[in-house]
Design a protein around this ligand. Structure first.
Ligand code: P6P
Length: 335
């Protein structure tokens, strides 16, 4: 570990610098990091233990669940339930909010998570990740109602994701910038590798699933067409494209070198509100992106201000380099 700062040391320093981070929140973030360490170990062994492939079930979205979707969800629920720090949990993989078993004490936070984002990539060995978002349970309850889980993105007090790639790296914000911690497997600690991460305000790289082009709304169709027009087009510059089909991998790249990620409204899923989920994908990622100087919008409103009405609510997502996101918002104003 040498001189590397651990995750807990970073959080203690945040407290010392005057950030209002309660001791039980520090503990919850550290315990969530422990689940990420177990998940990375399960992923490493998955092909050796017959844990790849489909589970034979569907999630609330009607999406086929992978065995690792279930395994990682159970890792997080079972570990975090015992901490005495939570009043409840919401997971992409479970239809209803999850309560804390009676044999364990309860705490004052709610956590939302996508335990394995990008799991369609797991069988082909492409980066996946865990996304989490933490809010205080409303009116201090430790027996939250389903409506108590409907918290807007601005209520978040911490958010993060762990990308399981060539390295296992945790990205975290507690509302005072964004930091990155790489797992040092030799000591089993997440070690600070970057602090005060800033997304470049401009970019020439977009990430979108082009195969859906014919289903997009006109503003996104026009924006992407203008990107593809290159130097002689309306945007006057050549664009590159990336699409990993794993949001955490796209966002990690954007945090590192800039870019814009779009999963826009699609005519096929308009009745569902979009593809990506607000509570445990769009909101936590938006908190991180905004804390890194970027922007995150549905195209028509700031994602973190979208009214939360359901645990598995879905939204269009356009996020990344601030000036590029603002361009796409302007295309929507012109519609
Ligand atoms: P598509 C993964 O399933 C996910 O939720 C995001 O991580 C990713 O950006 C998107 O869906 C990929 O969608 O249509 O390319 O499979």
């Amino acid at each position: 570990m040498q001189n590397g700062m651990s995750l807990k040391q970073y959080l203690i320093n945040q407290q010392r610098s005057g950030m209002d981070i309660a001791a039980d929140l520090v503990d919850l973030i550290c315990e969530t990091a422990v689940t990420c360490k177990e998940i990375t170990a399960r992923i490493d062994r998955a092909s050796l233990e017959g844990a790849l492939g489909v589970a034979g079930s569907e999630n609330v979205q009607g999406e086929e669940q992978k065995k690792l979707d279930i395994i990682t969800n159970d890792v997080m629920y079972e570990h975090l339930s015992t901490t005495g720090l939570l009043a409840g949990m919401g997971s992409e993989e479970v239809d209803d909010p999850m309560m804390i078993p009676n044999q364990y004490p309860r705490g004052r936070y709610l956590i939302y998570f996508d335990p394995l984002d990008g799991s369609s990539n797991i069988d082909v060995n492409i980066s996946v990740g865990t996304i989490f978002s933490i809010v205080e349970a409303p009116h201090g309850t430790d027996t939250p109602s389903p409506d108590d889980f409907h918290q807007s993105g601005t209520e978040q007090i911490a958010a993060g994701f762990c990308v399981y790639g060539p390295s296992t790296t945790l990205v975290l914000t507690v509302g005072n910038g964004v930091a990155m911690f790489t797992l040092d497997r030799s000591v089993g600690e997440f070690i600070l590798v970057r602090d005060n991460v800033q997304i470049p305000e401009d970019t020439q790289e977009f990430a979108i699933n082009m195969s859906n082009q014919r289903f997009w709304e006109p503003p996104v169709q026009k924006y992407i067409a203008d990107c593809l027009a290159g130097e002689t087009g309306p945007l006057g510059k050549r664009y590159n494209m990336r699409w990993v089909a794993s949001m955490v991998a796209e966002v990690f790249r954007i945090l590192t070198r800039g870019g814009i990620f779009l999963y826009p409204m699609d005519e096929r899923i308009r009745d569902k509100g979009g593809k990506l989920r607000l509570m445990y994908e769009a909101n936590p990622i938006s908190f991180i992106v905004e804390q890194a100087g970027g922007a995150s919008s549905t195209g028509r409103e700031r994602i973190m201000e979208v009214e939360a009405r359901a645990l598995h609510q879905r939204v269009p997502v356009i996020l990344g380099s601030k000036n590029e996101v603002e361009k796409v918002v302007e295309y929507h104003k012109g519609e």
